[in-house]
Ligand binder design. Structure first.
Ligand SMILES: NC(=O)c1ccc[n+]([C@@H]2O[C@H](COP(=O)([O-])OP(=O)(O)OC[C@H]3O[C@@H](n4cnc5c(N)ncnc54)[C@H](OP(=O)(O)O)[C@@H]3O)[C@@H](O)[C@H]2O)c1
Length: 192
């Protein structure tokens, strides 16, 4: 059994819990905004999904303490700041948690599709970037179990492009194009 800990019980945390918890081979625990529960759940999990706002990442890492060591940390954040950061948010997280294996994923998907990996019945792509091949494979497997078509988006450095795609998703949905949130990306020609 792969133990998946989800920190955050908001839109993303809830959708991912619903998507993963009944799938064979996975056990899921979620942690709400309570430091002791965050620490305990993170210590328990093999994979720790940080389903919290970007501004809460530092606080959560502190709460996790040694619980981050050796774990697969999944960064789902999108940064809507005005300035383009010099490095991706995922690389920043890796610097803050050097003993963890950071993987960027799920940020390019609206939360309402995260429990199924589908939009209007069609499977969409899950872009997964990370430097540790086993950690990346583990997150791709979770995505596949949910129903996504996982796409190996390369090393963690590529998170900057995956992060841009996350912003584009929201701009397409709620910017001038106003396509709404029943949209998603799919790369054709990739064998699932
Ligand atoms: N919503 C989307 O469609 C979507 C899509 C892609 C990516 N994302 C990204 O996913 C992340 C979560 O988004 P969301 O929409 O799920 O936000 P949300 O609905 O506001 O939920 C955020 C959750 O994080 C919790 N939280 C905050 N600080 C915490 C802490 N220190 N310890 C534990 N939990 C903490 C909040 O708890 P309290 O409310 O009790 O403070 C809340 O449960 C964000 O980084 C966002 O950019 C969102």
């Amino acid at each position: 059994m792969t133990k998946v800990c989800i920190i955050g019980t908001g839109e993303v945390g809830t959708a991912l819990r619903n998507g993963i918890e009944k799938k064979p081979g996975y056990e899921v625990k979620t942690a709400p905004h309570e430091p002791t529960r965050v620490r305990d759940a993170a210590g328990w999990g093999d994979v720790v999904i940080l389903a919290v706002p970007l501004s809460a990442i530092g606080e959560v890492l502190k709460e996790m303490g040694d619980g981050a060591k050796g774990k697969i940390l999944v960064d789902v954040t999108n940064d809507f700041g005005e300035e383009t950061p010099a490095i991706s948010r995922a690389e920043e997280l890796q610097r803050k948690a050097p003993d963890a294996k950071v993987v960027k994923a799920f940020n390019t998907v609206f939360a309402k599709h995260m429990a199924t990996g589908r939009v209007k019945g069609e499977a969409i792509s899950l872009f997964v970037a990370g430097d540790d091949p086993d950690a990346k494979r583990e997150v791709m497997d979770i995505g596949r179990a949910i129903g996504f078509l996982p796409v190996d988006a390369g090393p963690l450095k590529n998170s900057r492009w995956v992060e841009s795609l996350g912003i584009l998703n929201v701009k397409l949905g709620f910017g001038p194009s106003n396509y709404g949130d029943d949209i998603g990306f799919r790369v054709v020609g990739v064998t699932p």
